[in-house]
Design a protein around this ligand. Sequence first.
Ligand SMILES: [Zn+2]
Length: 350
Amino acid sequence: MNPLESQLDYPLGETLPAPGTVHPLAPGLGWLRMPLPFALDHINLWLLEDQVDGRTGWSAVDCGVATDTTRSAWEQIFAGAMAGQPLVRVIATHCHPDHVGLSDWLCSRFQAPFWATTGEYGFARMMAAALPGVDGTAAIPHFERHGLVDPALREKMGERRSYYPTLVPAVPQAYARMQDGELVQIGARRWRVITGFGHSPEHASLYCADLNVLISGDMVLPRISTNVSVFAVEPEGNPLQLYLDSLAKFSDLPADTLVLPSHGKPFRGLHTRVAQLRAHHTARLAEVMQAAAQPVSAVDIVPIMFRRPLDTHQLSFALGEALAHLHKLWYDGILRRVTGEDGIIRFHLI
Ligand SMILES: [Zn+2]
């Protein structure tokens, strides 16, 4: 446990649900984990007792990626913890593969509706179709403009063209829209939708006042900071500002809210964690500003912000994240942005 984590309270201690099992958190609320084929090796999903159109069963919040391992873990849950009851709704917090990978498989199997915000639903459909601009190769010219000149790395990024469709072979062809502030009735309880930006187009967290539980998705994680990236499809974006603004939406929730994050363990200490995340970005911004005393590209910033070896997957997130910090300082009027004669975009302290 790192020093920041030790400021949080993990009420379940070291408990982790075994694959294919559900750990009860409250009556009608269960926690399950699915494996992920990345350095980040798991995702937490949630099962909520529900009733939709007279059908009694469960709502799933998030799905896991489309791998045989995840499917077989779900099969164990259908037969075991769900005791033959159906999924009556599938809710996605956002469009990333670990969250929507098996959405179509789950919805089709149980004839269950798919719930998401419009922003997330639209992006999931676009990325599952690998449309130009949002497919894996779109990152190459984007990051080239920001200083990526290593041909081997470019080649590796090119191999990621079908990264998303491999993990998300299909997204349901229709959806039910969730909107900010909406109260969604799930079983006997109401959950308030809290949208958040900067990590994904229109991320939905869910808060239940009855339980004092927040399903935070990827917006607030206990161990790692949420990825906030400028991607090719929105090259002028200021996602770090959007993300920091979104964190403020959690400030009116009780300090002792039990937070259910997509990665890591359930914890209490929401306001402490939000303050830590703000401090994290303030420190990164200060480092970036210092480095930008000389003109710097996003590629120049990566080793300053990330002092460890990165694989291709991590490098693309690191580049996006470096750019997010540069863009915030640029939008704040602290850095100027100049395209050099070599075609590379650099940032420099004003
Ligand atoms: Zn995510």
